[in-house]
Design a protein around this ligand. Sequence first.
Ligand code: ZN
Ligand code: ZN
Length: 419
Amino acid sequence: MIRTLTGAGMLALMLAHVPAGAALAHGSGDHAHDHDHDHGDVTLFRLFVGDHAEGRVTVIDLGEPENRWSFEVTGQPKLFPVAGGTVVAAVQSDDDAVHFLASGISFQDHGDHADISISDPAAVEASLTGPRPFHLVDHDGKIVINYDRGGYAEVLDGAALARGEVAPRRFAQARAHHGFVAPLGGSWLSTVASDEEVPADASVPRLGLQAFDAEGNATGELATCTAIHGEAFSGAYLAAGCREGVLTATAGPDGPQFRMLDYPADLPQDVTTGTILGSNAIQMFLGNHGPDGVVVIDPVDEPHFTRIALPFRRVDFALDPARPAHAFVLTEDGSLHRINMLSAEIEQSSRVTEPYSMDGHWSDPRPRIALAGDEVVITDPNAGLVRRIATADLSDRGTIEVEGMPYNIAVVGGSGVVH
Ligand code: ZN
Ligand code: ZN
């Protein structure tokens, strides 16, 4: 029983936490369906934790961690909630596979409240295979996976995926590269690679972003964005990092409109942004900026960039969907920092794990963070734990043991009414 949820519905839900859902529901004259009076508010966040070494996803209900399930996949999974959180995609870049798990949590928007329906998580039978699937974009009801060694992306319909259907449509690119494809308005944007020859083990240089039709025919000029990487959406904007600055794109009457936001002269030079997160409630982005900084990006108003220096190198960062001014950054000393993106200040810091040095390989086991309501959940691979930290004061809410080496993490869920 999987139902889809509109982005707006999810947002309202996450922001409001449906505090008076039951009372509102019965005070509302236009409520569309029959209610019995035996119901209540339910909050459930479900953690999807990928192992660092094994092809395994452990699913845990945050409030009742004895409710847990284990799913086998081919290799180390990176996990993405998609289709309004009804599905979690497990992208296994090193093993040429993408599996999908039905999250077992879905919401139905009733305007003044949302109903939550809960069942066990389950593996979706169909999966995808292809040469090095990597970046995944979930936007405008489409889920797009780029195959870095295939020279194409595959597009899934989010509503169909939520029903368990995996019927990809192929979007062809001129040359295989580590890039992304995203829908914008009626167009498709794809990263474009250079056609220069490179050694077999070298990465293909990336030139920028270009608009195409659904069949992969160019419909506009290439917008330069050297080494483009790290796409995110917020409001009307797509943003991606480049050597020159941050490229933004919006849908216009004649196709996508591009604008390069140059890195300002007062920021540290020779430092670029290559990972960007987009807020779902304020038209604003947060990007990395060098190993020990993050940068708040306003796509419309000056200053477009506001840098926040971190005391140590950054391990991972995440935005708080329920309190959109807030972001959380974990640094290699094991400290979690709450950042206010509007004031560009570190509001509070607290030690939450042992240090995890950023020396060594980028994919060594280190913590990953995600938001689950009023908690930050943090994988601690060396300790075999998920740590729970309160967003409000960074206090310790306890730990959850996870078999193996917990690494990548995704969270679905929220609050809803059960009638
Ligand atoms: Zn209802
Ligand atoms: Zn990448």
